[in-house]
Design a protein around this ligand. Structure first.
Ligand SMILES: Cc1ncc(COP(=O)(O)O)c(C=O)c1O
Length: 391
């Protein structure tokens, strides 16, 4: 078993030339007992939440002959309320925008600000979907490199902004697959550089948009600031968030964007009409009625992450301790010197444990599961490392 399965496209179809040979994106969806590969919250919604979702969807079902609220105003208000409570940042409805997962938010940003003749810049290693948004919108994709510890190389990033003149700078915080947080001072330096930079293919006086992807931000240590705090100060800052991770709502597909109204209005130009179904809006509003329950396992998952990171550091492979990247997320990049990570992946899978081979060579990523799942992961990993290091 490998991470991808092949996709045979019939030769008679006029698939775009640049897509020939491409594979659909996605981690394997396998029916195994311990799934620790896509950074979900492993805890299912409580019965009271399920009940409210069912009730709210039932309430809107008789209106399903009509299109939903295209502007999803009630949901945008719920995003505002949530962000004020979660981060202490007060935003207005016209500074929020929702979509089908933050994947769709990002695609809309690329549709609005990328495109032919435009460049998007990010910092490697990072989320492997970003180049796909660029490809799908004919945006040129460029990378600056992170430091060896995966923190942002701010000087290299600023130099790239000045030289490349990107329309968009995309930074994940915490970063995926490394878990690395983005320091506020580093972000401010990038934002200031963007404020002064030009954009290739755009008129004079146009500056890049800085997109901070905060998909995992609720897992940061309490008290750590978020990029949301800088929206008032920087008009070219866009912060992407999601209900998929800490909020335990991945199946509903709800992501959102916080930014100044100008950015939201650009995104509104490219969105599909009625892109957020009435069922999605009702389910998301129902979940926000139970914010406490939905977030109730976040602190525990943070503890699990810290304990797992400490445990991983005590493990060895071929006589050397495993490396563990600093993480503020619900996953951990570990290993550093695995010389056969595909074999480790396969052996873990044979033991019913699915993780991911992503990131630089030699590293693997595991996301935090329930206590029982993490115990099985530990047991399987110890066994597998002993077997594979004999090869
Ligand atoms: C960094 C990052 N951003 C965005 C997403 C997409 O999340 P969703 O579309 O479920 O909101 C993911 C999912 O794994 C991610 O890792």
């Amino acid at each position: 078993m490998s991470e991808t399965s092949s996709n045979a496209i019939p030769a008679y179809l006029p698939l775009r030339n640049d897509l020939i040979g491409e594979e659909p994106y996605g981690a394997p969806q396998l029916d195994v007992p311990v799934c620790l590969n896509v950074n979900e919250n492993p805890y299912a919604p409580e019965p009271a939440v399920v009940e409210t979702i069912a009730q709210r969807v039932k309430e809107i079902a008789p209106t399903l002959n009509r299109y939903p609220d295209r502007e999803h105003i009630a949901l945008r208000q719920a995003f505002c309320d949530y962000l004020e409570r979660e981060s202490g940042v007060k935003l207005e409805v016209d500074q929020l925008w929702g979509a089908n997962g933050s994947n769709e938010i990002m695609l809309q940003l690329f549709q609005a600000f990328g495109g032919p003749g435009r460049i998007a810049l990010s910092c490697n290693p990072t989320y492997s979907m970003y180049p796909e948004y660029a490809r799908d919108t004919f945006t040129t994709w460029k990378l600056a490199h992170r430091n060896e510890d995966f923190s942002l190389n701010v000087d290299a990033t600023i130099k790239a902004i000045e030289n490349i003149k990107p329309a968009m700078i995309v930074l994940a915080s915490p970063n995926n697959p490394t878990g690395t947080p983005l320091k506020m001072d580093d972000l401010k330096r990038v934002l200031n550089a963007a404020k002064a930079a030009e954009v290739e293919g755009a008129a004079e006086g146009v500056h890049p948009v800085v997109v901070v992807d905060e998909a995992y931000i609720e897992f940061r240590d309490p008290g750590t600031p978020t990029a949301l705090e800088l929206i008032g100060e920087y008009e070219n800052l866009a912060v992407s968030r999601t209900m998929s991770k800490a909020f335990a709502f991945a199946g509903a597909r709800v992501g959102y964007l916080a930014a100044n109204k100008g950015i939201i209005d650009c995104v509104r130009i490219v969105r599909m009409p009625y892109h957020l179904s009435a069922v999605t809006q009702a389910a998301a509003l129902a979940a926000f009625e139970h914010t406490d329950e939905q977030l109730s396992r976040v602190a525990h998952l943070r503890d699990t992450r810290n304990q797992t990171a400490a445990w991983l550091k005590e493990q060895t492979y071929k006589g050397q301790p495993l490396e563990v990247a600093e993480t503020q997320s619900n996953f951990i990049l570990f290993g550093g010197h695995f010389d056969n990570r595909d074999r480790i992946f396969d052996e873990l899978l044979q033991r019913g444990v699915l993780i991911r081979t992503v990131g630089p060579d030699g590293w693997m990523r595991v996301c935090m599961g329930t206590d029982g799942e993490m115990a099985r992961f530990r047991e399987a990993l110890v066994e597998v490392l002993r077997i594979v290091e004999q090869d």
